[in-house]
Design a protein around this ligand. Structure first.
Ligand code: F6P
Length: 544
């Protein structure tokens, strides 16, 4: 669909922001705090619980970003010139903001954050009844034995969201004798085989989660699970399968009972689907707390829809990311959750950002002349501190950082975890200059020659810009709000860049190549691939 659209770099605010960035580029980040005692507070947004405004859901501190008040004003002006208000209104009113596929992106409807698109419903009653039946053990396998093990087979959005929410929340929502839950994503046989090796067929249920019901990895694993079931309990395996899909007929053709196929509407994108029936394993794991998860996200929806840009958290997140990407030429974003429960957050965010906004074709069909999604990577703190943080301190690249820090209980290790997060953000901003390095070595009693030799290697560049998201604790409501915050951040950026965050045509190319190889068409590939395919075949024959 061709729309009236102006590429962002042609908007007046872009020129002003380019000048702002030039002016700010060389200033040490720490200098932004000098003579500005109000900076930390002024550049922080508190997202309060709408039901209890005294309670903070999360606080976002942007003061360690390379931003001054003029740059912030310029970014908000850019959002206005890009008609972001219209974009948000269209997103929430069920318009076809997924303009290449001609449909709405109304995942918010699954959590009550907006009405479903006209003529549609967002009902999940059947899936809920099923999930609670699994929790209380009334759903049985073919022998009458209660299902006590759920294996979610899915990949991408049919895996990462529910896996993250499960890991983040299941431990704190214990108390019921619910089924064990596993996630299997990869077509690498070892992943499913490892789960099967500790499963009892009579009490195991496989949930095949696939919006398309056509994803090669998921179907291959589902077939392997089916074979395994048949080998263990015979052909009566209908009670051991359920599916979550938009392709209800394909799921039925696979042999899944119609009442066990829980629909996923086409207007819910895979990477935005944890709120829908794709959240089935999460609902089984946490029960009623799932409603809190949904309501936290819905609260963020309401905030995004109704709050002026100056105080709007997803708008700030989107604009700050765009500032780093386009004006400061920072090519990557590291997501650093200081929470074992959020260990899968970087992988989830990677798909959300890179599959949504890793694109170059604009709304009008032209090619983007600005950079779009950054390379997203990261890892859980404090583990990363003992590994890749070295590059953040002394490498040659600028990296934008998101620290995600649930404060949690007053317990020594938990305290140390939070202290570490705050210390890393501070140290990566401040760095260490040569004089400080020399002083440190002097204090350690080093000789003058040693100081000359070692001090340059202690210098840390600092000036890595970061946002810190501080949460009082990690609970279902807050996790919902956090994930919705990032979802809307992506929308803000996609809208301003003029790309469609809701399709993923790019990934199809690799799938086509894989199909060609699988059907023996290696000869039609480039010489390197054809040779490698031949070698792989040789190795395969030798391995047997
Ligand atoms: O190939 C990419 C992709 O389509 C993602 O967008 C999606 O989340 C994932 O594969 C899984 O797709 P499905 O749920 O249709 O199996």
């Amino acid at each position: 669909m061709t729309e009236l659209f102006t590429a962002p770099h042609r908007l007046p605010a872009w020129t002003v922001l380019t000048a702002n960035a030039l002016h700010l580029a060389d200033q040490p980040l720490a200098a932004f705090f000098e003579n500005d005692p109000g900076r930390a507070e002024r550049l922080s947004l508190n997202f309060a619980d709408p039901a209890d405004p005294g309670q903070s859901v999360l606080i976002a501190d942007f003061s360690k970003q390379r931003l001054d008040d003029d740059a912030i004003a310029g970014l908000i002006r850019l959002a206005r010139e890009a008609r972001l208000d219209e974009g948000i209104r269209r997103l929430f009113s069920g318009d076809a903001v997924n303009f290449t596929e001609g449909r709405a992106a109304a995942h918010m409807a699954m959590r009550g954050g907006c009405p479903p698109p006209p003529g549609h419903g967002a009902k999940t009653h059947a899936m809920r009844a099923f999930a609670f039946g699994l929790r209380d053990g009334t759903i049985t396998g073919s022998s009458g034995k209660p299902i006590r093990h759920l294996v979610n087979i899915g990949i991408g959005g049919s895996d990462l969201g529910p896996r993250l929410a499960f890991e983040a929340l299941a431990a704190s929502c214990a108390g019921t004798d619910r089924p064990e839950i596993d996630f299997v994503a990869n077509i690498d046989p070892r992943e499913l085989d490892a789960v099967l090796a500790r499963s009892e067929a009579a009490s195991t249920l496989f949930v095949v989660a696939s919006k398309s019901f056509g994803t090669a990895e998921t179907l291959a694993n589902a077939k392997a699970a089916r074979q395994w079931l048949r080998a263990h309990i015979g052909d009566d395996i209908g009670a051991h399968f359920a599916a979550v899909s938009n392709a209800v007929e394909a799921a039925a053709a696979f042999g899944i009972r119609p009442e066990r196929v829980f629909p996923l509407p086409d207007w819910v994108g895979g990477r935005y689907s944890v709120w829908s029936a794709v959240g089935l394993p999460v609902l089984v794991a946490i029960g009623d707390a799932f409603d809190k998860f949904l309501s936290g996200a819905a609260a963020m929806d309401e905030h995004f829809l109704t709050t002026p840009f100056e105080h709007n958290l997803p708008v700030w997140m989107g604009l700050v990311g765009l500032w780093n990407t386009d004006f400061l030429a920072i090519e990557s974003l590291a997501a650093l959750p200081y929470s074992h429960g959020l260990r899968s957050f970087p992988a989830w965010l990677q798909q959300l950002e890179m599959e949504s906004n890793g694109k170059h074709t604009l709304r009008d069909g032209g090619r983007s002349e600005t950079a779009t999604a950054p390379i997203v990577w990261g890892g859980v703190g404090t583990v990363g501190q003992h590994a890749f943080h070295q590059l953040l301190y002394q490498g040659t690249r600028k990296v934008a950082l998101d620290f995600i820090v649930p404060v949690g209980a007053d317990e020594p290790r938990q305290r140390a975890l939070v202290d570490n997060a705050l210390a890393q953000a501070a140290a990566l901003m401040a760095g260490r200059d040569l004089a400080t390095a020399r002083d440190a070595l002097t204090r350690r009693g080093k000789t003058a020659a040693e100081i000359d030799r070692i001090a340059p290697h202690l210098v840390c560049g600092g000036n890595q810009p970061s946002t810190t998201l501080l949460l009082p604790r990690l609970d279902a409501f807050r996790l919902g709000a956090l994930l919705a915050l990032y979802e809307h951040k992506i929308f803000v950026q996609g809208w301003i860049w003029g790309i469609n965050p809701f399709d993923q045509y790019g990934v199809e190319l690799g799938k086509e190549m894989a199909r060609a190889l699988a059907t023996g068409q290696a000869a039609s590939q480039d010489a390197s691939t054809a040779r490698l395919a031949g070698l792989a075949e040789t190795f395969r024959q030798r391995t047997g």
